[in-house]
Design a protein around this ligand. Structure first.
Ligand code: PGA
Length: 234
């Protein structure tokens, strides 16, 4: 409980998070709520494009997202790694390969998130910067749909490691060991520049910046990609 906020027994906090953040946000909220039971929390889960609109309209206290907007004046503070990885179904021939060269992916079809997705933007930028053109397969608006599509053999995909913790544990999806991956991105806590944060918002900001990584950092250990890594965890 941070100094000056000890007596914080009431307040409302309106949060919005990227759909990918939804895989760990409830864990953070559970700890935060226990510490500040008087704060009433409201959570919107939506894609990057809608988050930018909420920030533009000054209609939200705090946002957790992967790609902060450039054309809206915001403060963006990194709080945890967001590793993007290449996933395949367990029967895919590349699951046995180590250090797969990036150009090899040009032969594969990729299941894509929708245009407004931060994951998709990051994936496209990653391949563009390295001069790789992957074949675009089906497009889907949910991480869950993408994972099911990959499991069903519709292609590979690039997703946040946060979205596949259960599938890795149960062996339903495999993280490929591809050159340049994981793409180590960051999650950011974002709010309008100059916004006067309420005591509840300040308490949540402080909590996320200091504790979120300890609560929700995903582990690469046990995946194929960790075999080619210097360290087993991120
Ligand atoms: P998404 O967000 O759910 O819109 O892909 C993830 C991100 O912003 O990196």
């Amino acid at each position: 409980v941070i100094e000056g906020l000890k007596g914080l027994s009431r307040g409302r906090l309106h949060l919005a998070v990227a759909s990918t953040v939804n895989y760990f946000a409830p864990r953070l909220l559970a700890v935060f709520q226990q510490r500040y039971p008087g704060i009433q929390l409201r959570l919107e889960v939506t894609n990057r494009e809608s988050l930018v609109q909420l920030l533009e309209a000054n209609a939200i206290d705090l946002v957790l997202m992967g790609v902060p907007p450039k054309d809206v004046e915001v403060e963006a503070e990194p709080f945890m790694e967001n590793p993007l990885v290449v996933i395949a179904p367990p029967e895919h021939p590349l699951t046995a390969a180590r250090q797969i060269p990036l150009y090899r992916l040009a032969e594969e079809v990729f299941v894509m998130r929708e245009e407004g997705s931060g994951t998709r933007q990051a994936m496209e930028r990653f391949f563009r910067e390295r001069g790789i053109q992957v074949r675009q397969g089906m497009q889907m608006t949910r991480n869950e749909a993408v994972k099911q599509a990959v499991r069903s053999g519709l292609g590979l995909s690039v997703v946040s490691l946060h979205t596949i913790e259960l599938e890795i544990e149960t062996g339903r999806l495999v993280v490929l060991d591809v050159e340049g991956f994981p793409d180590r991105r960051q999650w950011y806590l974002v709010y309008r520049r100059g916004k006067r944060l309420s005591p509840a918002a300040r308490a949540f900001r402080e909590f996320v910046l200091t504790e979120a990584a300890g609560i929700a950092q995903p582990q690469l250990a046990g995946t194929n990609a960790s075999a080619g890594q210097d360290q087993a965890t991120l």
